[in-house]
Write a protein that binds this ligand. Structure first.
Ligand SMILES: Cc1ncc(COP(=O)(O)O)c(C=O)c1O
Length: 445
């Protein structure tokens, strides 16, 4: 790897994802190392990582336990086809994960990313109904401002127009609930008081499309990528009740909210609402090796495995690298750290401090809203011209100030590693404030 002060490789050939490629080449933000809660930039500067990667490294960067586990397994079993063959470490990883998931969610299907997890969950939902003789259930319900990944299914149920624009019409039979951001909830810590009635959108779809025709409703317990939209009080319970009344499967996309982000193992436990299917990725391996997992409830697994071709393959779906041994090694080592270091308990103790620190930015004129729950928060900035213009400028200025966050248009997301110290949170907020103080626009009402 190119170290500090060594020459850059050519920037021409890597077509970077979700990146302003041309702008990047004229002002590259290059990272050459990561330790704990910070990155090392190519110019040698230390950049505080306020987002633990892309909310995927709750145990912090550079954990030797994970690196050693990967090294060991790569030497022992570098690859093995997961179709019709198994390996102990795959079963061990599934068993270990199930110890963290809500009661009754026991069957793990491994993928390689969050996008593949949501794609897999949607296919499982359709097949579940088909196997039970209800193949007419074809509608899928997503939500505005949701992010479930970039594959066609995930893109279709997702609710970010820019992610669909230019990529065709997507899956047929997809409808979207309204998002849950409401102006009267601005600057609310935790679950906002207003908006439980937005869950009735699902009931309206049951009326207009026929509840008996809907296969699944997929939501993030807290919408992450579009700026930490915490569900209004009672909203998820109401979605669960409507799904139960109409036989619809409830899918929680926990790709961000999993692994301690909400001070519980998963969001389902924080809100005490149990989905039928749960999607995870990111923190499963602490972001070290790509891996995702879909965890299905007993009734879903049974309907598919018992209701199908008994002697044959029950689910015609899988990936070359499902349960890759090296990814399993990383997942096991990460879950071991998670438990040994009590990261959930750590998050619980840190939560109020973290949220108070981020909410302290609300006095700045350019800040139009702050939201947060657990160890994740978002700050909206008043736009400056076309949406995203302010965000792009701030991203660069944050980088120059030595702090990394993620921007979606003019909102930024903060979700540091759960091992972060209080003084590091203070420093992140100090650096962010230093940039935002230079923006003097009045708060938009
Ligand atoms: C809630 C959610 N689902 C799915 C994904 C997609 O994950 P990946 O980028 O690993 O495909 C993301 C990524 O940020 C996410 O936040």
């Amino acid at each position: 790897m190119t170290g500090p002060n060594e020459p850059h490789p050519s920037l021409e050939n890597w077509w970077m994802p979700f990146t302003a490629n041309t702008a990047f080449r004229s002002s590259p933000r290059m990272v050459v190392g990561a330790r704990g809660t910070h990155y090392i930039a190519q110019d040698g500067r230390e950049i505080l990582d306020a987002l633990c990667g892309l909310v995927c490294s709750p145990a912090g960067h550079g954990r030797p336990e994970i690196a050693e586990a990967i090294h060991r397994v790569a030497n022992e079993l570098s690859y093995m086809p997961p179709f019709q063959h198994g390996h102990p470490i795959g079963f061990e990883t599934a068993e270990r994960l199930v110890r963290m998931t809500p009661e009754g969610l026991d069957h793990v299907f491994f993928t390689n990313s969050g996008s593949e997890s949501t794609e897999t969950a949607l296919k499982i939902a359709l097949l579940y109904h088909r196997r039970r003789g209800e193949g007419h259930r074809q509608f899928l319900v997503g939500r505005e401002r949701a992010y479930h990944g970039v594959n066609f299914g995930a893109m279709s149920v997702g609710g970010i127009p820019a992610n669909r624009d230019g990529f065709g019409s997507g899956l047929p039979g997809v409808v979207h609930l309204r998002h849950t951001w409401l102006p009267e909830n601005r600057f609310t810590k935790g679950e906002p008081a207003h908006g439980v009635e937005l869950a009735e959108d699902l009931e309206r779809f049951c009326w207009s499309l026929g509840g008996q025709n809907i296969a699944a409703c997929i939501v993030e317990p807290v919408a992450g990528s579009t700026g930490v939209l915490v569900p209004p009080r009672g909203y998820l319970e109401r979605l669960r009740a409507i799904c139960d009344a109409h036989g619809i499967l409830l899918i929680f996309d926990e790709v961000i909210t999993g692994f301690g982000r909400l001070s519980t193992n998963f969001g389902a436990q924080r809100f005490d609402v149990r989905p039928d299917i749960m999607c995870t990725a990111k923190g499963l391996t602490n972001g070290v090796v790509p891996m995702g997992a879909v965890v299905a409830a007993e009734h879903v697994y049974d309907a598919i495995t018992e209701g199908g071709t008994r002697a044959g393959i029950e689910l015609f779906h899988g990936y070359t690298c499902s349960a890759h041994p090296v990814a399993c090694a990383a997942a096991l080592a990460s879950m071991e750290i998670f438990e040994r270091e009590g990261l959930v308990e750590r998050a619980q103790k840190l939560e109020d401090y973290f949220l108070d620190a981020i909410f302290s930015l609300q006095d700045l004129p350019v800040v139009t809203d702050v939201r947060g729950h657990g160890i994740m928060a978002a700050v909206d900035l008043a736009p400056d011209g076309a949406p995203g213009t302010r965000g792009l400028r701030a991203l660069q200025e944050f980088w120059d100030a030595g702090v990394m966050v993620k921007f979606t248009a003019d909102s930024f997301l903060v979700g540091p590693a759960l091992v972060i110290e209080r003084h590091e949170i203070d420093e992140i907020v100090r650096r962010i404030r230093g940039v935002l103080e230079r923006y003097d626009e009045g708060r938009k009402q």
